[in-house]
Design a protein around this ligand. Structure first.
Ligand SMILES: N[C@@H](CCC(=O)N[C@@H](CS)C(=O)NCC(=O)O)C(=O)O
Length: 291
């Protein structure tokens, strides 16, 4: 049983002390959801194996009263199994595969292009001792290309990302949380993509008026006081704002502004409910101009 209601978390931090790793972010939220206080072991990319006593080269890792758990999903499963009387993270067996699917999509859709765009900031914001390691390993991850070259190209294409997040906006339009009335581990895994981004986004990736803002702001504000700084867990002073992307002429519309229409996003409750769509596809009404 966690001593003093506290679990030790090995963090992966930038020079500001803010967490960078999406896996560590998801774990911080998971521990807070279970009602634990965090005993944070600080540090960056260098020396993970030494910090963890030779146990791991990846983070997060937790230690619960002497018991080590090394992987973010294994940590969430461990917490639910060990502490079944506290709020559940993985509320149903279907949550895990569905969340893995959603997260895989979000990594491809958002983390991929954002990793490219912010890779120089990622390196420059890391601890000075990590700069060389981050440069070498991330250039290798990027197929041997220079971080500066990838980042310049990625930043020029930032405006292409928001429109691709529309399926996620559609879900959050009609659901307060992915977990329903309350957030669950699916929310924290999706959130970890945006927390990671806010830790490195020297210029914002989303427009001021992005409808995702409601869910994001509520999620960043969760668990005030747990991170050891003012405001919610996601409000570490080292974080950057996600909102304020300036669009240039020719950039695509960042999100769908007209009302939702069509099979996925509307419920068929009878002929009146599908009339607008029927009028469009039968030519009785003009379809809105494609953006
Ligand atoms: N499957 C692991 C993945 C953990 C992982 O890959 N962490 C990355 C940070 S995002 C790491 O520790 N990287 C160390 C490095 O790049 O040297 C989990 O879910 O916890």
């Amino acid at each position: 049983m966690a001593k003093n209601n506290t679990i030790t978390l090995y963090d992966l931090q930038l020079a500001s002390g803010c967490t960078i790793s999406p896996f560590v972010w998801a774990t911080k939220y998971a521990l807070a959801h279970k009602g634990f206080d965090l005993d944070i072991v600080p540090g960056g990319f260098t020396g993970i194996a030494e910090r963890t006593g030779g146990r791991s080269e990846r983070l997060p890792a937790i230690v619960d009263d002497g018991h080590w758990v090394l992987d973010s999903w294994l940590i969430a499963e461990y917490l639910d199994e060990k502490y079944p009387d506290r709020p559940t993270l993985i509320t149903d067996p279907s949550v895990k595969p569905l969340t893995e699917f959603m997260e895989g999509w979000l990594w491809r859709t958002a983390i991929g292009p954002w990793f490219a765009a912010y890779i120089v900031d990622y390196r420059d914001l890391s601890l000075p001792v990590d700069h060389q390691y981050v440069t070498e390993t991330r250039e290798r991850m990027l197929g041997g290309r220079k971080l500066e070259e990838v980042s310049k190209e990625g930043k020029a294409k930032l405006a292409e990302v928001p429109p691709t997040l529309e399926p996620f906006r559609a879900v959050l339009k009609t659901n307060k949380w992915l977990g329903g009335d309350k957030p669950n581990y699916a929310d924290y895994r999706a959130l970890s993509v945006f927390l990671w981004c806010a830790s490195v986004a020297a210029i914002p990736p989303l427009t001021e008026d992005d409808p995702l803002r409601d869910w994001l702001d509520r999620a960043f504000d969760l668990f005030p006081g747990v991170g050891g700084h003012a405001g919610g867990l996601g409000r570490h002073p080292g974080m950057h704002t996600l909102f304020g992307l300036k669009l240039k002429e020719g950039d695509p519309e960042p999100f769908v502004k007209a009302g939702a229409i069509g099979g996925l996003q509307t419920r068929n409750t009878g002929i009146a409910s599908t009339k607008a769509e029927t009028d469009q596809i039968t030519g009785k009404a003009e379809a809105p101009a494609a953006s």
